[in-house]
Design a protein around this ligand. Structure first.
Ligand code: GDP
Ligand code: MG
Length: 302
């Protein structure tokens, strides 16, 4: 059966599957395809094929995890994901190794990266997935990841590269951040570069992977690009939590309660709020209240 005869849900899953580069993603979309595959007699073969494929992929993933070769950590796409896009030799691998726990190959020759390398970056107690993909000129360049990532980091060492990269990146779902890696510009050149990037209204940051300059700033920008909310919780009469919970944009007080514990929102008797979304400190609010970044929520259950 040709896949064009399939439901739109199946087709979407199949498209995602074909574009996926991370084994975990491939597996996730293949499972979706299986779910959406018709269950009647004439589709039996197709279903069996899909299931065989799934089994193989799962075995491969297990194997690569055991051998320690894979840097794929099995995190869901729903989490924060940023992808590094650049021409070859711009410092992607250098940056990845500084910001995360991975040790990608760093070399002065072109096209060292043939496969995507994934690392986890810790930011204020939260985990952000950073992906290095092969350079845009490489035959291994993978546009699938770029298209679906939450944030696209366009790494450059010259301004002209922005246009070249944007031609390839086209319309990504995620926000773009221009990351200028200062290989060899003097301060006067840098001043001009800054002015140009500002006038074009780019969200940008100038870093240096050799001297490790401005990397905290970059991390912050990456985190902010997800528009996530950092929410502190507290119990009556106690201090707020040390670490914030991370929630998606437009989350409500109920979402916080449910993230703490499924079903918890049913036990809540009263909720108070401090911070950006409150009219005044300790305002009483309902579960439907929309949150803002850095709010503090207090739940009373008795
Ligand atoms: N001068 C200079 N060289 C750098 C900088 N960052 C990386 N390099 C060098 O550029 C080459 C390519 O770096 P790499 O991180 O592998 O780039 P990738 O191809 O984009 O992954 C290596 O020889 C690095 O040592 C930098 O900020 N300044
Ligand atoms: Mg590299």
């Amino acid at each position: 059966m040709a896949s064009t005869n399939q439901s739109p849900f199946y087709q979407r899953a199949e498209k995602n599957f074909l574009e996926a580069e991370i084994p975990e993603e491939k597996i996730r979309f293949l499972k979706e395809m299986i779910k959406e595959c018709p269950k009647h007699k004439s589709a039996e073969n197709m279903l069996a094929n899909l299931k065989t494929r799934l089994k193989k992929l799962q075995q491969q993933l297990e194997k690569s995890k055991k051998s320690g070769k894979s840097s794929f950590k099995g995190i869901k796409k729903e989490d924060m994901q940023a992808v590094l896009v650049s021409k070859t030799n711009t410092g992607k691998s250098s940056l990845l190794s500084i910001l995360t726990n991975t040790k990608p190959e760093i070399a002065g020759y072109d096209f060292t990266t043939k496969e995507s390398v994934i690392g986890m970056m810790n930011y204020e107690g939260t985990q952000i997935q950073l992906i290095e993909i092969p350079a845009i000129e490489s035959e291994y360049y993978n546009k699938g990841v770029v298209h679906t990532a939450d944030t696209v980091l366009i790494l450059i060492k010259n301004l002209e590269e922005i246009q070249e990269i944007e031609k390839v990146v086209k319309n990504p779902k995620g926000k773009k951040i221009i990351v200028f890696n200062n290989f060899n510009k003097n301060s006067e050149e840098l001043r001009k570069i800054k002015a140009t990037l500002k006038s074009k209204k780019y969200n940008f940051v100038i870093i240096n992977t050799k001297t490790k300059e401005n990397l905290e700033n970059l991390k912050e920008k990456i985190f902010q690009s997800f528009d996530n909310l950092r929410i502190f919780t507290k119990e009556p009469g106690k201090e707020k939590s040390n670490r914030p919970m991370i929630l998606k944009p437009h989350s409500t007080v109920k979402d916080v309660a449910e993230k703490i514990l499924k079903g918890f929102s049913n036990q809540v008797k009263e909720t108070k709020i401090w911070g950006p979304s409150s009219k005044f400190s300790g305002q009483k609010i309902g579960l439907k209240h929309k949150l803002k970044d850095l709010d503090v929520v207090e739940f009373r259950t008795k």
